[in-house]
Design a protein around this ligand. Structure first.
Ligand code: ATP
Length: 297
């Protein structure tokens, strides 16, 4: 019997690992929209995370050598701090996320996590250290429990519920016909964008990465949904280093630092209050979005 169950267990865990990798990749593609074409250095070492401080030093990057996208980007996120990146469409915000994941190699400068260059560490350990909360969470046609449990192998019921509570989706799940056993996805109950995102946040919380990359939804959400998601993201960010790629400025006003990116350069940086007082690009963006907010009411 043992002879049969051992390989079955092995196959089961291999299957889970492959599906987990697929979820991670799908989520990253949603955010990053690019396949990985970078390979580990022959002597690549595991990334040793000690707080998760991120440092972009004079980073140059171009998808096409004729057209530079990041031009001498300097960005520093101390361990456990929250930095938001804002700027016009095409400024290079999502590209910063792609660099962090090392989906492409940079053309100049360096990018380190706790002092280790991302080119010197294995991609498996790099990706394990970074949790992504994308705009669109991919759900399996399975139960809510299964969809959250994907964040961690052998997650216990308590761990799953604790993650759901922190992601502010637990009460909603309990209100579903079969609670955590409710089938969701295309062939089950269809969740709203905000509910799906909170399931995704719960999944990421179970993974428990030291670094979080948040990609905010571009589309306007209704006030309640926005409030729920903000609360969940705030809880998710506690004790982690967080980079938020933000489209709506109202959601990032408490960031430790806001970076305004334009044309691959940081044109302004500071807290919400200092940037507003400065009366530059950020305050103009804030004023424009305030008009939109009023118009939408
Ligand atoms: P948005 O707010 O619209 O999402 P963004 O600031 O996130 O924009 P990026 O996605 O980082 O912008 O793109 C920066 C620039 O790089 C854009 O001009 C875009 O067209 C270009 N770009 C993005 N991906 C590729 C690619 N795979 N190949 C070539 N150019 C690309």
């Amino acid at each position: 019997m043992i002879q049969i169950t051992m390989p079955l267990n092995f196959l089961g865990s291999m299957y889970r690992n492959i599906r987990q990798a697929m979820v991670d990749m799908e989520e990253m593609f949603t955010l990053l929209e690019q396949p990985a074409d970078v390979v580990d250095a022959p002597d690549a070492k595991p990334l040793q995370v000690n707080g998760g401080a991120l440092q972009f030093n004079d980073v140059d990057f171009a998808y096409d050598p004729e057209r530079p996208i990041l031009k001498g980007l300097n960005l520093s996120v101390p361990a456990g701090k929250k930095v938001a990146v804002v700027g016009p469409s095409g400024a290079g915000k999502s590209t910063i996320g792609r660099m962090l994941f090392r989906f492409y190699d940079i053309a100049g400068g360096s990018l380190t996590i706790d002092g280790q260059d991302v080119r010197d560490v294995t991609q498996a350990t790099l990706h394990a250290a970074i949790g992504v909360v994308p705009q669109d969470t991919v759900l399996f046609n399975d139960t809510v429990r299964y969809n959250i449990a994907y964040g961690k192998d052998n997650a216990t019921e308590q761990e799953i519920e604790a993650a759901a509570k922190k992601a502010q989706i637990h009460e909603f799940i309990l209100s579903l016909p079969d609670g955590y056993d409710t089938q969701v996805g295309e062939r089950g109950l269809k969740l709203s964008g905000g509910e799906k995102q909170r399931v995704g946040i719960a999944r990421t919380l179970l993974k428990d990465p030291p670094i979080l990359l948040l990609d905010e939804a571009t589309s306007a959400l209704d006030t309640q949904t926005e409030r729920d998601i903000l609360g969940a993201l705030k809880a998710a960010g506690e004790g982690r280093t967080v980079i938020t790629i933000a489209h709506r400025l109202s959601t990032i006003s408490d960031a430790d630092e806001i970076i305004v990116l334009q044309d691959g350069h940081v044109i302004e940086r500071g807290t919400h209050d200092t940037l507003l007082a400065k009366g530059g690009k950020y305050s103009a963006m804030w004023a424009a979005q305030a008009e939109d907010r009023v118009a939408a009411q």
